[in-house]
Design a protein around this ligand. Structure first.
Ligand code: TMP
Length: 216
C-alpha cells in the first residue's frame, strides 16, 4: 500500500473518524506504514486555521472566504505532511479532504462548486486514490455529534435539513467519481463496518497494484 492516499468522508456524526482509526490500526497490524491525519488541520498551520473555521457563529465567514481558508489549510497540510508521506511510500488516511469542501462550501449557500474545483486544480492538485463515504441518516448523525459536545459546532449547527441536503450531495458526488468512491452504510454496528472497509481497501489496493504493474 506504499504511497496510497485514502480519504474518509461523510456528514457530521457519520462515524468516519472512528472508522479511520480502526482502518489505520488494522493496516498497521498487517505491517503497513500508515499516517492518519484529518482536515481541516493535520499540520501545525492548518490546525491554527481549523479553530478559525470551526468555532464561532455559522455566519462568521462568507462562503467564498471559507473556501479560501479551507484551501489555505489544505495547501499547508498537503505540502508539509501528505506529499512527503506519500513520497516516502507511506499510506495516508485522511479524515475529510476536498470532497468535504465540495459539499459543505460548494453547495451550501450558492453554487460555488466550480470555484472549489478551480482552486483545487490551481493550488492542491493531489487527489485521493480511494474515497470511503460513510452514509448515515442525519438525525442519527447529529445526535451522535452533539453527544460529543465540544466547541467545534459551527457546521453541526446548520441543522438536520441542511445536513440532509449534504448527505444527498455526498451520494451524488460518489456517482461523479465512481472510480475512487465507495459507499458504506454507516447505520450498522461499527465493528462490522470496519471489517467491510478493511476487506474492501486491501482488495482495492491489490487490484490497483496489479493494474499498475500491467501498465508498466
Ligand atoms: P469533523 O467534525 O470531521 O472534524 O469536521 C469538522 C467540520 O468541518 C465538519 O462539520 C465539516 C467541516 N468542513 C467543511 O465545511 N469543509 C471542509 O472542507 C472540511 C475539511 C470540513
Amino acid at each position: 500500500m506504499a504511497g496510497f492516499f485514502i480519504t474518509i468522508e461523510g456528514i457530521d456524526g457519520s462515524g468516519k473518524s472512528t472508522q479511520a482509526r480502526l482502518l489505520r490500526d488494522k493496516l498497521v497490524e498487517i505491517g503497513h506504514d500508515v499516517i492518519l491525519t484529518r482536515e481541516p488541520g493535520g499540520s501545525k498551520g492548518a490546525e491554527e486555521i481549523r479553530s478559525l473555521l470551526l468555532q464561532g457563529n455559522t455566519d462568521r465567514w462568507s462562503a467564498e472566504t471559507e473556501i479560501l481558508l479551507f484551501t489555505a489549510a489544505r495547501r499547508d497540510h498537503v505540502e508539509r505532511l501528505i506529499e512527503p508521506a506519500l513520497i516516502a511510500d507511506q499510506t495516508v488516511i485522511c479524515d475529510r479532504f476536498v470532497d468535504s469542501t465540495r459539499i459543505y462550501q460548494g453547495y451550501a449557500h450558492h453554487n460555488l462548486r466550480k470555484l472549489v474545483d478551480k482552486l483545487h486544480n490551481l493550488m492542491i492538485f493531489r487527489n485521493p486514490d480511494l474515497t470511503i463515504l460513510i452514509d448515515i441518516d442525519p438525525t442519527i448523525g447529529l445526535k451522535r455529534s452533539f453527544a460529543r459536545s465540544n466547541h467545534e459546532t459551527r457546521f453541526e449547527n446548520l441543522g438536520t435539513a441542511k445536513q440532509s441536503i449534504m448527505r444527498n450531495n455526498f451520494l451524488k458526488l460518489a456517482n461523479d467519481f465512481p472510480d475512487r468512491f465507495v459507499v458504506f452504510d454507516g447505520e450498522r454496528d461499527f465493528g462490522i463496518i470496519a471489517k467491510d472497509i478493511f476487506s474492501y481497501v486491501t482488495k482495492f489496493n491489490a487490484t490497483q497494484t496489479t493494474a499498475k504493474t500491467h501498465n508498466g
